[in-house]
Design a binder for this molecule. Structure first.
Ligand SMILES: Nc1ncnc2c1ncn2[C@@H]1O[C@H](COP(=O)(O)OP(=O)(O)OP(=O)(O)O)[C@@H](O)[C@H]1O
Length: 281
């Protein structure tokens, strides 16, 4: 299918794509350049629609910011993607072959979706290096691994991730002694050890200094391309920094997409100003 006809299909709401094919042991397929498809999703809690006919598509390698007022459904949307909450209706696909609604939380993580919660949850008494060792896939539960020799490729991966997150000079430092920002980066590094294809990041810069915010923006931008990164954030300066002129920003309101476009477009959208930006700017 050509890109224009794919885009028109995407705009046609409630359309479950003809090329979606659930497989017994699915291998991720992003031939259509879209990594995440959320279609017609709704979920109610005690009669209240937290997610209401939500349609959202994330391109492979894209960095997307999601903004919206408190209670807009941002966390619930992440909960659906990661399998914590099952929607009442709709579909959620990871590429064209992985139906997320058929998988539980561990299977979704294993399929390549990593989630970073707002509060860092690193092992404070362990070094930066050992936190990354423990985050390696498969070996995570093998505590003795900390005392065993790692394979060359595992050490290389840890070095690569430490450099990416800017903690290469703090390898032996106890995680508990790191600054708040450094803990957040370490936790992103721990997710990266599992080689996710999609990273969901919840309010990464809450409580950070300006310098740490700049470094976090650089890190998330550097991860896009080889990963898709979805960032939920309330800090508009940070969103502006991440989105720049080119990237797409999605505004959620009452469980649906209220607006989508460049930061300039959503900032000048009258509906967005009324429900959200009027208060937060
Ligand atoms: N498990 C639940 N049971 C009942 N209500 C819930 C549950 N989870 C979320 N809600 C409600 O659904 C709505 C959407 O909540 P959600 O946390 O997804 O919004 P949000 O956009 O992440 O908000 P915030 O920016 O404040 O984090 C809220 O009104 C919330 O109270």
């Amino acid at each position: 299918m050509s890109q224009p006809s794919l885009l028109s299909e995407i705009k046609d709401k409630h359309h479950v794509f003809s090329f979606m094919q659930s497989q017994a042991s699915p291998v991720l397929n992003v031939d259509k350049q879209i990594l995440l498809y959320l279609e017609g999703l709704s979920v109610s809690f005690d009669g209240f629609k937290a997610i209401n006919d939500l349609n959202l598509y994330i391109r492979d390698g894209e960095l997307r910011c999601i903004i919206g007022p408190n209670g807009a459904g941002k966390t619930t949307m992440m909960d659906i993607i990661t399998g914590k909450t099952k929607p009442d209706t709709g579909s959620a696909w990871f590429g064209q072959t992985i139906n997320l609604l058929e998988l539980d939380e561990p299977a979704i993580a294993q399929a390549g979706i990593g989630r970073k919660f707002q509060k860092p949850t690193v092992f404070e008494s362990l070094s930066v290096y050992d936190n990354l060792v423990l985050a390696m896939p498969d070996e995570r539960l093998v505590f003795s691994l900390l005392f065993a020799r790692l394979k060359g490729e595992q050490r290389d991966r840890i070095d690569e991730v430490m450099t990416l997150i800017g903690l290469q000079d703090h390898s032996a430092m106890r995680a508990g002694s790191l600054s708040h920002g450094q803990k957040q980066w370490l936790e992103i590094g721990m997710l990266l050890m599992q080689k996710p294809r999609l990273l969901l990041v919840d309010e990464p810069v809450a409580g950070m200094t300006h310098q740490e915010m700049d470094r976090t923006a650089e890190l998330l931008v550097s991860l896009s391309g080889s990963h898709s990164v979805v960032v939920v954030e309330h800090d508009m300066d940070f969103v502006r920094q991440l989105a720049g002129k080119e990237r797409t920003v999605t505004v959620l309101h009452q469980g649906s997409v209220l607006a989508e476009g460049s930061m300039d477009q959503v900032q000048n959208n009258q509906k967005v100003i009324e429900v959200y930006l009027g208060e937060s700017q």
